[in-house]
Write a protein that binds this ligand. Sequence first.
Ligand SMILES: [Zn+2]
Length: 131
Amino acid sequence: MALSPQQTQSLHTAIEQRRAALLDELREDVERVRLDRPDVLVGSVPDAGDEALVTLIAELDRAEANRDVTELRALEAARQRLAEGSYGTCADCGGEIGFERLQVNPSAVRCIRCQTAYEKTHAASGPGSSL
Ligand SMILES: [Zn+2]
């Protein structure tokens, strides 16, 4: 069963809301760094000992921002698929992803079966794969 217009609309709304929240978070991240640590942005840190710490914090902030940016990209791709009419179709097998799965993860690109297969393949060398 393809998604009904109502289901598509509800997922579209979820994507837009999540996207707006992420953009707010990213804006806050930038603002926080700009207000709290103008020295980082200017690039002149007087004390060498503090410099290492400041660099570390900047790196951590970047990692957090990267996660947001990654999710934002996934949502942008989902909006693109909505516009093209390919939303809700599995990228691997071409089948329906399913409304319930999309409700949990509106930016999902695979059906549950293909996603499970994908994770098995791609997590094979990672930790916890001794199963
Ligand atoms: Zn599939």
